[in-house]
Design a protein around this ligand. Structure first.
Ligand SMILES: Nc1nc2c(ncn2[C@@H]2O[C@H](COP(=O)(O)OP(=O)(O)O)[C@@H](O)[C@H]2O)c(=O)[nH]1
Ligand SMILES: [Mg+2]
Length: 300
């Protein structure tokens, strides 16, 4: 996917389609970590990976950081972490800086995630922000964790207003900093109890963790497992399908713009078409609908 030559790209996309169709269901848990820059997502991932490795699980990680610069093949902030794991075959770390692949980020992220799902026991995707087209993680994963900082209760307003999708688990990080973390956690829990339009039978737990001191990591992993158990097979399949549709729609929108989408009836019509048929591969859908859009644009 990183190779820009058209024929290489087409071949890669075909492989990804085959992979997407062939992956066993349900496969490894797909977990997204999201939250503001600096909240401690990468540090928390590091702690999660260490604990999982101690338990004998292999882990794949895709980290997307739009703000980071690349240095020596890795994002600056991830260099040290990468070095410490260089000799462990049970962990694979892929980091991507958004600026380098405008428009193709969503594709590269999904591609990496699927490849890792074929190989590892558990897969994590780290991104900044939920419900923002380029870095949206909820369409890729089964379980979304929002990593919050002490004092940052702000995003709850957006979630209540429906701007951001409600995460499945909240982790208030940096609880080593003291009382502020506990206060943020109780504010969040209270806020969540107040109103949730479209409420399901899952109430997102609010956990206090310290990535720095590796505190609360087992409880967080328990919460991830609980959410995965909560999604029984049919709900998980439906969530994956909805994610694939959202992803395909967003990817087409990024690639062709609203002008391109209008050529085949507009975004809403496209969403309806995606929903009408089963979607064995989101990559296949993007390929065939993309061809259709290009033909319509040529005729126009
Ligand atoms: N005190 C404290 N600092 C932390 C903790 N977790 C991360 N940090 C620090 O917060 C900063 C941002 O961490 P990072 O993992 O890069 O955040 P990300 O941008 O969300 O991936 C770094 O300086 C970390 O050392 C924690 O649990 N406690
Ligand atoms: Mg990070």
């Amino acid at each position: 996917m990183d190779d820009a030559r058209p024929e290489r790209r087409a071949a890669a996309l075909e492989l990804l389609e085959a992979l997407e169709r062939g992956l066993p269901f349900p496969g490894p848990p797909r977990v997204g970590l999201t939250g503001a820059p600096g909240a401690g997502k990468s540090t928390l991932l590091d702690a999660l990976v260490r604990t999982l490795r101690e338990r004998g699980e292999s882990v794949g990680v895709v980290a997307v950081d739009p703000s980071s610069r690349r240095s020596g093949g890795a994002l600056l902030g991830d260099r040290i972490r990468l070095r410490s794991r260089a000799s462990d075959e049970g962990v694979f770390f892929r980091s991507m800086a958004a600026r380098e692949r405008l428009g193709g980020l969503a594709e590269a992220t999904r591609a990496s995630m699927l490849v890792l799902c074929a190989v590892f026991d558990r897969v994590f995707v780290e991104t900044v922000g939920v419900g923002q087209s380029e870095s949206d993680v909820s369409s890729l994963t089964d379980t979304t964790v929002y990593v919050a900082q002490p004092g940052a209760g702000d995003m709850l307003q957006f979630m209540k207003a429906g701007v951001l999708e409600l995460p499945d688990v909240f982790a208030v990080n940096k609880s080593d900093l003291g009382a502020m973390a506990a206060r943020t956690a109780s504010e969040l829990a209270a806020g969540l109890g107040l109103s949730q339009p479209g409420q399901t039978d899952w109430t997102p737990p609010v956990l206090q963790v310290s990535a720095r001191d590796a505190r609360g990591i087992d409880a967080l992993l328990d919460a991830l497992d609980a959410h995965r158990d909560h999604l029984e097979a049919s709900a998980l399949a439906e969530r994956r399908a909805a994610g694939a549709r959202d992803w395909a729609l967003e990817t087409l929108c990024l690639r062709y713009g609203s002008f391109g989408l209008a050529a085949i009836g507009g975004r809403a019509a496209l969403a309806e078409r995606l929903a009408a048929e089963p979607l064995p591969s989101a990559f296949a859908a993007v390929r065939s609908l993309g061809t259709e859009i290009e033909e319509a644009l040529r005729k126009a």
